[in-house]
Design a protein around this ligand. Structure first.
Ligand SMILES: [Fe+2]
Ligand SMILES: [Fe+2]
Length: 371
């Protein structure tokens, strides 16, 4: 499959390069467009669309990172970036003239690239919302709080995955609401949201990890502004998953090595993506990159020669992440009781977590459970 994706990218980008060298009418352009359509038709046997994403300096086709793609592909990425396009979806049924017109308008500095029936372009972007004061938020039924927040997070993730600009909920707002909620509700467990369906897992999980991480920060006496940044970073720790094939993410059977390796890439995609966002705390890309690293230097992404130490905020998020993964009803795991999970974390996680932070987390949770 990867060869076909490479072949597609090579013919498509060659059509673009040739069009900029000569013109849309040149025979070589027609040749490469025809070749592009031939390869697309092979890819359309498996899916109804082929997507190209530009994530910083990488190009990803159908969720597969294409390495060392060559000069034409670099040129294509430049042209897309110049127009502010970070995603192109080519849909089944695309015709020769649509591709040609798209390429011509992509190369024309004056023209904006319009939509075509079978070519959809978009921008990958997260917007930070306005800072609404936490006092605005009236908590009626505290148990509904994190459900409400999960909806906000859902919109943020949907915005990313559908590649629309986000104007909806601000992350700032969500985190400020958490901070306000902690002041009113001492039982953090009541702020956690149950998972109702597998497709909801991502949003609910993000929300819960943020709540648990801010709870840890609070129990450690961390400064308000840092606590706030930890909340934002925790909300976004798994954002790279929107770049991973949903069939793999939601697969109920055991994953094979190739699928596992793809899942592991969510750390890299997420951090690259978050690093580009202006105004976002620098902790967010760090935590996205490091949240599956372990205290003993193992985990992923693989760090050569132990040359990178996990940031303390990533260590906090890693604990919350693990706890929430265990407590949630995942396709392959039954829900476990809180205490049981805490014992499990204490006894069977050697080398995974910062022992001081783990101890603090377990003690603080037991305080909540007994109080
Ligand atoms: Fe993750
Ligand atoms: Fe996670």
């Amino acid at each position: 499959m990867i060869e076909t994706l490479n072949e597609f990218l090579l013919s498509f980008s060659s059509a673009v390069s040739n069009c900029s060298l000569y013109s849309g009418e040149h025979a070589s352009v027609s040749e490469f467009i025809t070749k592009t359509i031939d390869v697309l038709n092979i890819l359309f046997n498996n899916s109804d669309s082929v997507e190209i994403m530009v994530i910083e300096d990488d190009i990803v086709v159908n969720k597969t990172l294409i390495r060392n793609a060559g000069i034409h592909v670099i040129n294509l990425m430049k042209k897309l970036k110049r127009k502010g396009i970070s995603r192109v979806d080519i849909l089944k049924g695309v015709e020769f003239n649509e591709i040609k017109d798209f390429i011509v308008s992509l190369l024309d500095k004056e023209k904006t690239v319009k939509g075509y029936p079978h070519i959809v372009t978009g921008i990958v972007d997260i917007r930070l919302g306005g800072q609404k004061l936490a006092e605005d938020f009236k908590i009626g039924d505290i148990s509904k709080l994190s459900g409400l927040q999960a909806d906000g997070v859902r919109e943020i993730f949907t915005g990313v995955s559908h590649f629309k600009k986000l104007e909806t909920y601000g992350l700032e707002e969500i985190v400020l609401k958490f901070a306000a909620a902690f002041k009113r509700e001492s039982n953090v467990l009541k702020l956690l949201c149950p998972v109702k369906s597998t497709s909801e897992y991502t949003y609910v999980h993000a929300t819960n990890v943020a709540v648990l991480s801010m709870f840890q920060a609070e129990s450690l006496g961390v400064r308000e502004d840092l606590k706030h940044d930890i909340g934002i970073a925790a909300l976004l720790h798994d954002v790279g998953k929107v770049f991973i094939n949903v069939n793999i993410l939601e697969k109920k059977e055991k994953l094979n090595d190739r699928e596992w390796n793809e899942i592991k890439l969510h750390t890299v995609y997420g951090s690259k993506y978050l690093a580009k966002i202006n105004g976002l705390t620098r902790l967010a890309p760090i935590v996205a990159y490091e949240h599956h690293l372990r205290f003993d230097g193992k985990g992923y992404p693989e760090i050569k020669n132990n040359s990178r130490k996990q940031h303390i905020c990533s260590q906090i998020v890693a604990i919350s992440d693990y706890f929430d993964a265990l407590r949630s009803r995942r396709p392959y795991r039954k829900e476990q009781e809180f205490e049981e999970i805490l014992f499990l974390m204490k006894n069977e996680s050697e080398g995974m977590f910062n022992p001081f932070l783990l101890d603090n987390f377990i003690k603080s949770m037991f305080r909540v459970l007994s109080g």
